[in-house]
Design a protein around this ligand. Structure first.
Ligand SMILES: [Ca+2]
Ligand SMILES: [Ca+2]
Length: 177
């Protein structure tokens, strides 16, 4: 488990990275599809729903329900996943449903960051990671001076570390000539 700080916009931006999102969701689908017949049954999908911790999200307190209520809860979710109601969930149905659930969580979070205790492999954690990665990358590729790049910019002609760096050389050429 890890503690991540998430807000609605982080989850939304993860869902909107269509390829990355599909990639992650398909990986989860394949890991759930124990008999590899490309569809998920009720029994196969249940661990995924459990992983979303939908029940545990009320004030962070685990909710204990009687077994029959729990089954009814998972049944209801399964019927939401099974959009064409043919008794199994295919990849497209799974992805669409996960997307809806994440967007619903995003709406619930709004713009107020919330600390969540999440499973290392959970989608929420991956959303947090992917957004963190995107933010880091955009910081490195930005041309405007940022707190991170200013030490390099301070001594462009004498800084030995940045000499020969493929990233730094175009900037260097621009300032010298
Ligand atoms: Ca299956
Ligand atoms: Ca179906």
């Amino acid at each position: 488990m890890s503690l991540v700080l998430v807000d609605g916009s982080m989850i939304r931006s993860f869902v909107q990275q269509t390829e990355l999102f599909a990639d992650r969701v398909n990986a989860i689908f394949d890991s759930l599809d124990k008999n590899a017949d490309k569809v998920l049954t009720r029994a196969e999908i249940r661990p995924a729903i459990e992983k979303l911790n939908l029940l545990d999200m009320h004030m962070g307190e685990p909710v204990k329900l009687p077994e029959d209520e729990l089954n009814a809860f998972y049944d209801e979710i399964f019927t939401k996943f099974d959009i064409d109601a043919n008794g199994v969930v295919d990849k497209d149905e799974f992805r669409e449903s996960i997307k809806d659930i994440l967007l619903a969580i995003a709406d619930g979070l709004g713009s107020f960051p919330l600390q969540m205790l999440v499973d290392e492999n959970s989608l929420i954690n991956q959303a947090a990671k992917s957004v963190r990665l995107t933010r880091t990358l955009s910081r490195y590729t930005a041309n405007t001076p940022s707190p991170l790049s200013s030490p390099v910019g301070r001594g462009p002609s004498t800084d030995p570390i940045s000499t020969g760096s493929p990233l730094a050389s175009p900037v260097r050429a621009g300032t010298q000539f």
